[in-house]
Design a protein around this ligand. Structure first.
Ligand code: HGY
Ligand code: MN
Ligand code: MN
Length: 416
């Protein structure tokens, strides 16, 4: 396939302006974003994205999980499209670029092709996947998981948030459920541009991460049950302190993750104690342990050892413990030809680059199950993400979008 010329570049200022415009929707309290999935803010962000797609001459498809597909026609309408995209939903204390860069980077390459009148054989489709973050409705990458046949749609739609609201009801409430069955679309390839969300690229002084693999993830929700009682009048030997048991389990999680250094990680980001009152011993603790590693056997070892330790701690303290799988996926190896297209693009454009394993999960990890898939990464400042202070440079965003465009256009085959 003919490769695009090295002078084919996106408009970095226009991309940056769009990122800043989208960041105004669902602002956080410290300069980032709180545009959680299926909230009114998510709906507003979707509407803005749709309006931009209409201006770019794209036709919008919408499936019954709210996944958005903005299509640019190719010269061969029967050719399978090349898909490109990511997610517009954010963490409650999220940054302006996690996911958004991948959706708007996809839109920017369309805008550039339109400006230059470049045609491709394969159509190109820019995608916004619903609920990548999994923070309001677990698990993460929920709608791309339904699309890839990983999750049953009825199960997904029944997922509840902390207030007991169901995914499917909230999707209807914001009016973003389409008619299209989920997963019928066939892809020639899928590319996702994403910030690294870790420190490696910046530390190594590289503009581009050529993502060869994604590490695997395991989410286990742990429920420890003790007994609510008075923090003042309950003698120490009589206490059934679920909060204390949780603390001991979390110490073990830290120890287990370190035992597989340097590549394994472990922590609990979601922690609830009940009744969470200053003068009541917690009778219940519910928390989600997030273990990750590039090696599936390591993840399995960490989960097994955590459960054994938690059971021993609770037996010793006279408490009950229960475990529930809250999410997870195996380590991912991306498609070699798509990864090569990314690497060749970085070379052609003269951007410094290195192979990298994605530390975070992405929709691409599921789509890789149903289509040849690869990712492009750009650095982020201090490797910080899932924090309102998440920051990238316009140069990094531009380089990432340039590489994305070249990989997509080469795969979609330019028509001279
Ligand atoms: O959890 C993850 O890795 C992704 O940010 N949802
Ligand atoms: Mn993301
Ligand atoms: Mn994220």
């Amino acid at each position: 396939m003919a490769a695009p010329g090295e002078n084919l570049k996106i408009n970095g200022d226009r991309l940056w302006d769009s990122l800043m415009e989208m960041a105004k929707i669902g602002p956080g309290v410290a300069g980032g974003n709180n545009r959680q999935t299926l909230t009114d803010e998510d709906a507003e962000g979707r509407a803005l994205f749709q309006s931009w797609c209409e201006v770019a001459g794209l036709t919008m498809g919408l499936d019954t999980m709210g996944n958005m597909f903005a299509r640019r026609e190719g010269t061969d309408p029967d050719a399978l499209p090349v898909y490109v995209g990511s997610h517009l939903d954010t963490q409650p204390t999220g940054g302006k670029y996690d996911g958004v860069l991948g959706v708007l980077g996809g839109l920017e390459l369309i805008r550039t092709l339109n400006d230059l009148g470049i045609k491709t054989k394969h159509p190109i489709v820019v995608t916004n996947w619903t609920n990548e973050e999994g923070t309001r409705f677990a698990p993460a990458m929920l709608a791309s998981g339904v699309f890839a046949g990983i999750h049953d749609q009825a199960w997904a739609e029944a997922r509840e948030d902390a207030a007991g609201k169901k995914f499917g009801d909230e999707l209807d409430r914001i009016g973003w459920r389409g008619e299209e069955p989920v997963g019928d679309r066939k892809m020639h390839a899928f590319f996702e541009l994403h910030i690294e969300q870790g420190p490696i690229l910046e530390a190594e002084g590289k503009d581009i991460g050529v993502v060869t693999h994604g590490q695997g993830l395991s989410w286990t929700q742990v429920t420890i049950t003790g007994k609510d009682s008075h923090t003042g009048s309950t003698p120490m030997p009589m206490r059934k302190n679920a909060g204390l048991a949780m603390a001991r389990v979390l110490e073990k999680v830290e120890e287990i993750a370190w035992s597989h250094a340097p590549h394994a990680v472990g922590a609990a980001g979601h922690i609830d104690v009940y009744p969470n009152s200053r003068n009541v011993i917690p009778g219940k603790a519910v928390f989600t342990i997030d273990f990750r590693s590039p090696d599936k056997a390591v993840i399995e070892d960490m989960v097994t050892r955590m459960k054994t330790a938690a059971q021993a701690i609770c037996d010793d303290m006279g408490l009950e413990v229960a475990f529930e799988v809250a999410g997870g996926f195996d380590p991912v190896e991306f498609d070699e030809s798509c990864v090569t297209a990314v690497r060749n693009a970085a070379e052609r454009l003269g951007y410094s680059h290195m192979n990298i394993v994605s530390g975070a999960g992405h929709d691409a990890c599921w789509i890789n199950r149903v289509a040849p898939t690869a990712m492009v990464m750009c650095p982020c400042v201090d490797g910080l993400s899932h924090n309102e202070a998440e920051e990238i440079s316009k140069e990094w965003a531009t380089a990432g979008a340039d590489v994305l465009m070249h990989a997509v256009v080469e795969t979609a085959e330019i028509v001279e």
